[in-house]
Design a protein around this ligand. Structure first.
Ligand SMILES: C[S@@+](CC[C@H](N)C(=O)[O-])C[C@H]1O[C@@H](n2cnc3c(N)ncnc32)[C@H](O)[C@@H]1O
Length: 276
């Protein structure tokens, strides 16, 4: 899974703008990460198509569309796609990708999901599928039910239920003295199911599993990455400043031939429901 996407609790424009640059570089430089993402996009798209959540006549809203990887896939098969994102920089990359693929049926909304007024924008029941993959914006108050308001048929969202990295775990143990809580996502999935049931919807749940062996180079960037993840993402810089030195020392001890092995696995929960 994406190496730098461990905590989905924070969602400022600045943070996601900064990540867009990293992700675009990673997708062109890190073949293992690129392939893993491709497999996830493909599996998710096949899932939506085979479960009839969209078809060739569908109009789709992709909330937190990021670099536009889903939006481009959907647009190749559906009637129209709107990508919405809090980050103007993510949308710049997404626009480039739409252009490169010669697509004419994609538009974008540069706005946080919580800020858009669906009624004023004429977007109530405007889409056949309202889709949000790994987007923290829908976890804000009312963000999930707002998806139902924009849909006239289906909604789909996915979120990590479990996310394990052997290296991250070892760094946590060595620096903080306790393991990383790889099951943190379960809580918010449970909350989402409850919220939907209370609102009168009957969500279905399915899971996607993925594993990878990642090899990190022994350098300061890797140390900064793991140091920054020792606390909440909003305080990333604080943790980088505090822990890069000790993390680097630890990585030096476990590196073999300048590389550090990281066995990763993730379980992503697919949650989908019909509004009609
Ligand atoms: C983890 S990425 C997921 C990207 C893509 N959907 C995927 O599955 O690969 C989260 C995306 O949500 C966007 N985002 C974060 N908070 C948001 C919000 N409040 N409203 C809209 N988009 C948001 C980020 O800019 C980022 O592009």
């Amino acid at each position: 899974m994406e190496k730098d996407m461990d905590n989905l609790e924070v969602h400022t424009k600045e943070l996601w703008d900064a990540r867009s640059v990293k992700w675009a570089a990673r997708d062109s430089e890190d073949e293992a990460a690129r392939q893993q993402n491709e497999a996830r996009y493909q599996y998710t798209d096949d899932f939506l198509w085979s479960h009839h959540l969209y078809d060739g006549n569908s109009e789709i809203l992709d909330i937190g569309c990021g670099l536009g990887m889903f939006a481009v896939r959907f647009a190749q098969k559906a009637k129209r796609v709107t990508g919405l994102d809090i980050s103007g920089k993510m949308l710049e990359y997404a626009r480039q990708s739409v252009e490169l693929n010669g697509l004419q049926n994609v538009d974008f909304i540069d706005m946080p999901w919580q800020d858009i007024d669906l009624r004023k924008s004429g977007l109530e029941k405007a889409y056949d599928l309202v889709f949000a993959s790994l987007c923290p914006g829908i976890s804000s108050d009312g963000g999930l039910l707002k998806m139902s308001q924009a849909s006239r048929d289906w909604c789909f969202t996915c979120h990590f239920a479990r996310r394990f990295s052997s290296l991250k775990n070892d760094v946590y143990l060595s620096i903080l003295g306790h393991p990383f809580d790889s099951e943190w996502g379960k809580k918010s999935i449970g909350k989402s199911v409850e919220e939907l049931l209370r609102a009168g919807y009957y969500p279905s749940l399915s899971y996607y599993d993925t594993q990878a062996l990642v090899e990190w180079p022994l350098d300061e960037e890797t140390a900064k990455h793991f140091a920054g993840h020792l606390g909440p993402l909003k305080d990333e810089q604080k943790y980088i400043d505090k822990y890069t030195g000790p993390v680097f020392d630890y990585l030096k001890k476990v590196a073999v031939n300048g590389l550090i092995r990281d066995e990763t696995e993730a379980k992503i929960a697919f949650l989908y429901w019909q509004v009609t």
